[in-house]
Design a protein around this ligand. Structure first.
Ligand code: AMP
Ligand code: GLY
Length: 425
């Protein structure tokens, strides 16, 4: 089979490597791909959000199956456009991708179907939003409605900060048109868990749980980033909590989407907070998370291609989705300065890897045959081991063998997970 994967980050690299384990895959293409993905797929370049060009690319490579991985093309309707030309896809259609594309949609869905989430109000009028944050409980969480590269959330400790957040989103368009509508919600506390799931719209199969590390600096300090590392499984997510999430969140969500005439087929990501009042949804994503995918897929023992085909064909029930009992840790090597300004173009030296190690490339380009840094998050160093402490140690041992100037990583990926593990023992 010829497979086209849309995207070009560490997540897509992990998806491509996993798909290639299925002997039915003969050719694999990435759009745009990256200098690092070029080792595993034919990279087509271009833009993941240019839908007509992507459909033409699918024709040129005679794609038998298309995997649309990033949020923007999904929210823009790339799956609909591909299907209209006869290309079967993994990923939700536009009317289902809205679960990530509009926070106001997601919050209203949860309210109407009784799915636990933070209390909230939605505003399209700035004066009303300002009046609301003048009286609401603090801290207030102010969110731009649309996609904002994971950065559209401001947690405001003071009234002044909340007013400023509303103004900068609605008037200053800090996150562009995403801020035309804002959601103000109450602040929740508790450990965060990411649960990615496969769903064909009827059946939902959660993957192994994981924990992201969003802040740039050790101790969860510094700015929010796309994610500086991840571990799986997440020790806070006990079997009892998983059962409660299935009953109160996962099944109700896919039933709600179906009832709304928006059946969700693809990977539905639940960003959860385990609050003192039980698990609540912080966010939905309509796609695999990054870096979570870089720890979840290495633990998948079944064929990713077979699962994706089953999702597409509505036969997920009866399809094997088996995860290893082992643990995985991914340490992101970033360019010093990320998520703000950083230098680029530094040559990367990659070591030989053992069977338990994976290097997923995100921000790197090929220049005269040499891999050089080209992005903020450069790559993910992932290791699998019998348990979490060993996976963390192995991931750092791998990260420390990778060389490029200006490399930066957090040194405490997995520490909070280890602390949670100790509490349970
Ligand atoms: P989101 O983009 O919605 O995932 O938000 C980014 C991060 O902001 C989350 O991972 C949480 O750490 C934090 N966050 C979002 N909403 C809330 C909330 N209601 N209460 C506390 N923290 C939140
Ligand atoms: N790691 C969070 C996300 O992919 O949105």
């Amino acid at each position: 089979m010829n497979i086209l994967v849309v995207g070009g980050g560490g997540r897509e690299h992990a998806i491509i490597q996993k798909l290639k384990e299925d002997p039915r895959v003969t050719h694999i293409y990435a759009l745009p791909g990256s200098g690092g993905i070029a080792a595993d797929a034919v990279c087509l370049g271009g833009s993941a959000t240019d839908i007509p060009a992507a459909v033409e690319a699918a024709k040129r490579c005679a794609a038998d199956f298309v995997v649309v991985a990033p949020d923007d093309p999904l929210v823009l309707g790339m799956v609909d456009a591909m299907e209209a030309e006869g290309f079967p896809c993994f990923g939700p259609r536009k009317n289902a991708a809205v679960i990530e594309g509009s926070k106001a949609f997601a919050k209203d869905l949860m309210k109407r179907y009784g799915i636990p989430t933070a209390a909230y109000e939605t505003f399209t009028d700035m004066a009303q939003a300002l009046a609301y944050v003048d009286a609401c409980p603090l801290p207030a969480v102010v969110k731009a409605d649309g996609l904002a590269l994971g950065k559209g959330v401001l947690i405001c400790e003071t009234r002044d900060a909340a007013r400023e957040a509303v103004r900068s989103m609605m008037e200053g368009r800090l996150f562009g048109e995403s801020g035309a509508t804002v959601v103000v919600e109450s602040f929740l506390t508790g450990p965060e868990v990411s649960v990615l799931s496969f769903t064909d719209g009827e059946t939902i199969v959660p993957m192994v749980s994981s924990m992201d590390h969003k802040r740039a600096l050790d101790g969860d300090k510094g700015l929010n980033t796309g994610g500086m590392g991840a571990v799986a499984p997440n020790p806070c997510y006990t079997p009892e909590i998983a059962a409660a999430c299935m009953e109160q969140i996962f099944l109700p969500t896919i039933r709600a989407m179906k009832a709304e005439g928006r059946p969700f087929k693809g990977c539905l990501y639940f960003g959860l907070m385990l609050t003192p009042d039980g698990p609540k949804v912080i966010e939905y994503n309509c796609r695999f998370g990054d870096p979570e995918t870089q720890v979840v897929l290495p633990l998948l023992e079944s064929s990713l291609l077979e699962i994706m085909l089953a999702v597409r064909e509505g036969r997920l029930t009866g399809t094997e989705v088996r995860f290893s009992e082992k643990s995985a840790c991914c340490v992101i090597l970033a360019s010093e300065g990320y998520p703000q300004a950083y230098g680029k173009g530094f040559p990367i030296t990659l070591p030989e890897t053992a069977a338990h190690e994976r290097i997923y490339i995100a921000g790197a380009a090929l220049k005269d045959g040499q891999l050089v840094t080209s992005g903020g998050r450069v790559l993910g160093a992932t290791a699998v081991a019998e348990n979490l402490p060993a996976a963390i140690e192995r991931a750092y041992a791998l990260a420390d063998r990778i060389r490029f100037d200006n490399a930066y990583c957090r040194r405490d990926i997995g520490r909070r997970a280890l602390e949670a593990l100790q509490c349970r023992m």
